[in-house]
Structures are given as C-alpha cells and as structure tokens.
Design a protein around this ligand. Structure first.
Ligand SMILES: [Zn+2]
Length: 183
C-alpha cells in the first residue's frame, strides 16, 4: 500500500510539472476601434519620448493587423500620445505609463473604442533607469491598451502588467487579430 501511494504521488508530481511547462497564457482583449486604420497625434516637447512612441507605432504597424497613421492637421486624432513629467499616483501604485479611454459598451464582450490617450511618465522612467529600448517597450504596452488589449499573465507578452523587457509576441498578435476579426 505504501509503495503504491508513493508511486502515485510521483506520477502526479510529474504530470503537474508537464502541465506547468506547457501552459501558455492568451493575451486578453477588451475592445477595438471601428476601423483598422487608427489615427494618432503626438504632443510634448521631448524628442526622445516621441521616438519611443514612434518605435511603438512601427511595431504595431508591422503586425499588419492595424494601421496607425498621423492625424491630419486640424483633425482630432483617435489616440493622443504624450509624455508627462509626473503622473498622479494612485495610492501606493506608480505607473511608468498610463492609458485612458472612452468606449461604447457592446452587447458582445468587446467594446468599441472611441478615444484614447496614452502617457509615458518621464520622471519614473528616469528614476528607474529605463533604457531607450525599455521605454519603447512601455510605449508599445500602452499603445496595446489603446488598441484594445488587456493585461496578460505571461511575462513574455508586451501586455504583461509590469512589462519592461519585452516587445510584441505571438500571443499579442493573436489577441489583436481576434479583436479586429469583424472590423
Ligand atoms: Zn498596462
């Protein structure tokens, strides 16, 4: 009896390990724009932060699922991209980036986004010594929110809540494809 029990424990342990290794987390999405072509504007005087946003724009455009383009002069952009010396802190939480949006709630699980504003927190990114590459990763994450993606539990996803080191991965592309399937 004792031997059988022990062997069951081992085989159970082994199968649990296999499951954990095979586990992949899907990037969730919360919404989409009514068109795959989404306009943006960039404000703020910091050249280096504009560069971070430009890298993020290029990365999402490279997926060919959405097309981000600069809003024409005098037209309101769908997504406003900016940087700020400081962001309001929410209790103990400090954000390196933040995205606000407004949307229509659909009867389906996805909402239609009508406006978004993404901000990079310059002070915090400087204080924590984020490199140019890492700032671009934060910008890509925020732009991901503005396009309709939510947080992923996967550290390999650009949408991981505390992402600093990763750019768009295949799960992020899959999520975007799904969010825009009927657009
Ligand atoms: Zn986020």
């Amino acid at each position: 009896m004792i031997i059988i029990t022990a062997s069951l424990v081992i085989s159970l342990g082994a199968s649990l390990t296999t499951t954990a290794q095979a586990k992949t987390y899907k990037t969730p999405s919360w919404g989409h724009w009514d068109s795959r072509t989404v306009t943006y504007s960039m404000s703020g005087s910091s050249k280096s932060y504009k560069k971070s946003w430009k890298t993020a724009i290029k990365r999402w455009n490279k997926t060919k699922i959405v097309h981000l383009k600069a809003a024409k002069a005098g037209h309101k952009a769908d997504i406003a991209l900016q940087s700020s010396a400081k962001l309001d802190t929410d209790g103990e939480k400090l954000y390196t980036g933040f995205t606000n949006y407004s949307f229509y709630r659909h009867t389906s699980a996805l909402s239609e986004i009508v406006s978004a504003k993404s901000t990079l927190n310059r002070d915090l990114l400087t204080d924590y010594h984020y490199t140019k590459k890492q700032r671009a990763n934060v910008a890509t994450h925020e732009l991901g929110h503005a396009l309709g993606l939510s947080h992923s539990k996967d550290k390999k996803s650009v949408m991981y809540a505390k992402n600093r080191y990763k750019t768009i991965d295949h799960q992020d592309k899959k999520a975007l494809t799904k969010a825009y399937a009927n657009v």
